[in-house]
Design a protein around this ligand. Structure first.
Ligand SMILES: C[S@@+](CC[C@H](N)C(=O)[O-])C[C@H]1O[C@@H](n2cnc3c(N)ncnc32)[C@H](O)[C@@H]1O
Length: 489
């Protein structure tokens, strides 16, 4: 369901103890037959899990647990989605929202007009069953189902879900704000490897594709022109707004999702989408993010030292520059910028910020230029700015999370295409693709190669696809772009 039809909330508290995800739905949202089929399959899986638990078969237990989660999400998503589309009023569950927002044990929730998914962390005497019965009893006119789905989850999973709710809530608010702006800045981004990347996903009518980095919608537009349905994710409200405007003619097949692609599985599952035919990620920043001085990405234009792609993210570049320890700063500059003068720059930053906080892009650029003399054409702050941007947006962490989860979203034969712009990203993609496309693995101490348990895909591109001469002549930014593609077996 669209963001407009949901209501999310995430508290600031970070989960530490036992957490539960509780899915309640309004009586009648599922037909008796749907409910019965789901409950029977669920009972069967639970019985098999009990057997596996008794035998101590942890691998089987984990597999069955994943099956159970998938079964529940599949069984419930479609009917709830239909129900949510049918009724766009949130007032009936709004009363519950007000109550949940005040409850100490509630870490986050996602409400639709006929369902509530609530993340709780138990602290007091009250057990999860008592708590859920109490909510049901207290929620006034809403008649909740008598058998909600309760799932125990780890603090890490809980934190991830909480973060997804938080960014959706921020995204929805930012979308509204952005829509209300009368003088929108034009969004101009030249799409890189446009036809190469889209053709790799074999777009066609009836195929469902995910554009994990919607940006200005350049790749999505080509996918939509082929007749495919597109789910476009972006964490930047300005990009979502620009894409929505550009692709308005395809509104029936384009679904725009606010959030970080590191949570793609979670975000799409919340929309009722389990498996797709292709995923594209065009990693990195868009031209408008760099070109607009107020976003704080550019050392050439005076602006606040920000660099957040998602303006609601908690940590800006100024926060890092003014609070991180000298050693952490040096590590960031070295690891993400391969800046050889990382230590000297970090030392100078710490000296300067002791006199006054470093709050603007040009102020930081001047501090760096004071350490490094200008050599050749490149500005001395280039590598440090790249490093800070990667750290602020945890770009490599997000890419790793997408790589680790992307294949699970794909149908058999589905394609996974990634465009990267620097060696750190390309290395991560190459390593991961290599890991999952080798049928066998070998080690010197083994007498013979063994089957690779991670083998799940085949390489579509042995060598990365790069921009043609014609594209390079028109768009020099494409010179470092590399496209790699795999296909799920
Ligand atoms: C290079 S641009 C994509 C341009 C797009 N392919 C086009 O043709 O217009 C990258 C976009 O991905 C978004 N982005 C980068 N990392 C992201 C992440 N981890 N989650 C969600 N969006 C992300 C950025 O905000 C930016 O809009």
């Amino acid at each position: 369901m669209s963001i407009a039809a949901t209501q999310n909330h995430a508290a600031a508290t970070t989960p530490a103890g036992t957490c539960y995800k509780v899915l309640m739905w309004e009586e009648g949202a599922l037909s008796p037959a749907e409910l019965d089929a789901w409950q029977t399959a669920r009972r069967d899986l639970l019985a098999r899990m009990r057997d596996a638990g008794i035998k101590g078969a942890r691998g089987t237990l984990a597999r069955l647990g994943a099956e159970l989660r998938e079964l529940s999400a599949r069984a419930i998503a479609a009917p709830l989605d239909t129900c949510a589309r049918a009724s766009l009023s949130l007032t009936r569950v709004g009363a519950l929202a007000a109550k949940l927002q005040r409850a100490d044990e509630v870490l986050a929730y996602r409400l639709t007009p006929c369902s509530a998914t609530v993340l709780v962390e138990l602290s007091g005497e009250e057990g999860i069953d008592t708590l859920v019965s109490r909510w049901s009893a207290e929620s006034g006119e809403v008649q909740w189902c008598s058998n909600p789905l309760v799932e125990a989850i780890s603090p890490a999973e809980a934190a991830e879900w909480q973060e997804a709710c938080r960014s959706e809530a921020a995204g929805a608010a930012a979308d509204t704000d952005a829509d209300e702006e009368s003088s929108a800045t034009p969004f101009h981004h030249v799409t890189v490897l446009r036809s190469e990347a889209v053709e790799a996903l074999q777009p066609a009518e009836g195929r469902v594709l995910v554009d994990a980095t919607l940006g200005g919608g350049g790749h999505s537009e080509l996918m939509l022109q082929s007749g495919a349905t597109v789910w476009g994710i972006d964490q930047d409200p300005a990009a979502r707004k620009a894409a929505r405007k550009r692709l308005a003619g395809y509104a029936d097949r384009l679904h725009i999702v606010a959030g970080n692609f590191r949570n793609a599985v979670e975000l799409l599952r919340a929309e009722g989408l389990e498996q797709v035919d292709g995923i594209l990620a065009d990693i990195g920043i868009s031209s408008p993010q760099v070109d607009q001085a107020e976003r704080g990405f550019s050392f050439l234009a005076e602006g606040p030292l920000d660099m957040r792609m998602n303006p609601a993210a908690p940590r800006s570049a100024a926060d890092i520059v003014n609070t991180a320890a000298e050693s952490e700063l040096a590590d960031i500059l070295w690891q993400y910028g391969e800046e050889r003068a990382s230590r000297a720059i970090a030392r100078r930053i710490v000296q300067e910020r002791a006199k006054a906080p470093i709050t603007t892009t040009t102020q930081l650029a001047a501090v760096i230029a004071g350490v490094l003399p200008r050599k050749g054409k490149q500005h001395p702050a280039t590598r440090s700015f790249q490093a800070l941007r990667i750290a602020v947006n945890d770009e490599l962490g997000a890419l790793d999370a997408l790589l680790e989860t992307g294949l699970s979203l794909l149908k058999s034969g589905g394609r996974f295409a990634i465009i990267t712009f620097h060696s750190l990203e390309d290395r991560a993609v190459k390593r991961y693709f290599d890991r999952v496309t080798r049928p066998e693995i070998d080690r010197p101490e083994w007498p013979a190669p063994r089957p690779n348990p991670e083998y799940a895909a085949r390489l579509v591109t042995r060598k990365p696809i790069v921009a043609s001469e014609a594209e390079l002549a028109a768009n020099p930014r494409a010179r470092s772009a590399k496209l790699r593609v795999i296909e799920k077996l």
